[in-house]
Design a protein around this ligand. Structure first.
Ligand code: C5P
Length: 286
């Protein structure tokens, strides 16, 4: 099963609550590329075994702190069973990169676990398990374009045109808590406009016009911690195929929206030459 990359087309972040969590509003879409998860049930009495491979698998812990294992443990609790299974995670997406990889992996494994062990488990129960894994757990479980509000868990589905895009990660990890702390330190809290979600998103050009009126409030704090992000955005904005460029989530992955798949492929090839150390992928977002 594919665990697709999540992209925040915009991300508005307000002042944190007493727990330090930030109310937010975001338009999230999903790519046609992602990590891959395979689940193979084993004989009763055997252990859970997570094996990680793929270009970004190295150094990733397969232990209890892995979001896939956390999701399995929550599922075991909810379903009242101890699982014996081999899980293989092929990590194609850069880690700690603002595109929801770990949450998407958790969401995919929850779908596989329900399908195998508890087909009658209601969606609401599965959603609660995904939400317990992290603030973007629910959006990554359903992997459908939506306006996310609350702390990221309240979703209103939206129908969007499918858009050619290029994703670029400069090869530096970005810690989400550190970026939020930097946002707090800059003390320029933004307000969330309740009317924002209802802008015209009926065509790619209308969507891009609308996005020009929005922000990613974590872009400046992420750049303060990782200046490489500013370089990526500068390069993206200088390319003729880029219709719109921004950072996703808490970074460091940035995206460029393009007008056609051909332009996205041309752009991605050129970027690979311009930024040989970066991770660059042409894809479609929807
Ligand atoms: O929920 P998750 O573990 O993915 O969040 C990682 C960190 O991001 C939290 O510890 C918190 O510092 C920050 N966060 C936040 N407000 C949100 C979501 C995440 O402050 N709405």
């Amino acid at each position: 099963m594919i665990a697709p990359a999540k992209i925040n087309l915009y991300l508005h972040v307000a002042q944190p609550d007493d727990r330090g969590y930030h109310p937010l509003q975001s338009l999230v879409v999903f790519a046609d590329i992602g990590d891959e998860i395979i689940l193979q049930p084993k004989a009763y009495g055997e252990e859970l075994n997570l094996r990680i491979d793929g270009p970004f698998g190295e150094g990733l812990s397969p232990g209890e702190d892995n979001l896939v294992v956390k999701a399995v443990r929550r599922f075991e609790q909810a379903a009242g069973m101890r699982l014996a299974a081999d899980i293989r995670l092929t990590k194609n997406l850069p880690v700690a990169s603002g595109i929801g990889g770990g949450s998407a992996d958790a969401g995919a494994v929850l779908h596989l676990l329900r399908g195998t062990y508890a087909p009658d488990m209601p969606d609401a129960d599965l959603e609660a398990l995904a939400g317990a894994v992290g603030a973007d757990g629910v959006m990554c479980l359903w992997a459908k374009s939506a306006i996310a509000e609350g702390f990221g868990e309240k979703l209103t589905p939206v129908s969007l045109p499918s858009m050619p895009a290029v994703l670029v990660n400069p090869g530096v990890e970005c810690s989400t808590p550190a970026v939020f702390r930097q946002y707090d330190a800059e003390d320029g809290f933004q307000n969330i406009d309740a009317k924002q979600p209802f802008f015209d998103i009926s065509s790619p050009s209308a969507l891009i016009d609308a996005l020009e009126t929005t922000r990613n409030d974590l872009e400046a704090p992420a750049i303060a911690l990782r200046p490489e992000i500013a370089d990526v955005l500068m390069v993206l904005n200088a390319q003729p195929e880029t219709a719109f460029a921004r950072m996703s989530g808490s970074g460091a992955t940035c995206f460029a929206l393009c007008r056609s798949d051909d332009e996205a492929r041309t752009l991605s090839r050129r970027l690979e030459g311009l930024m040989p150390r970066a991770w660059v992928r042409a894809c479609r977002l929807s």
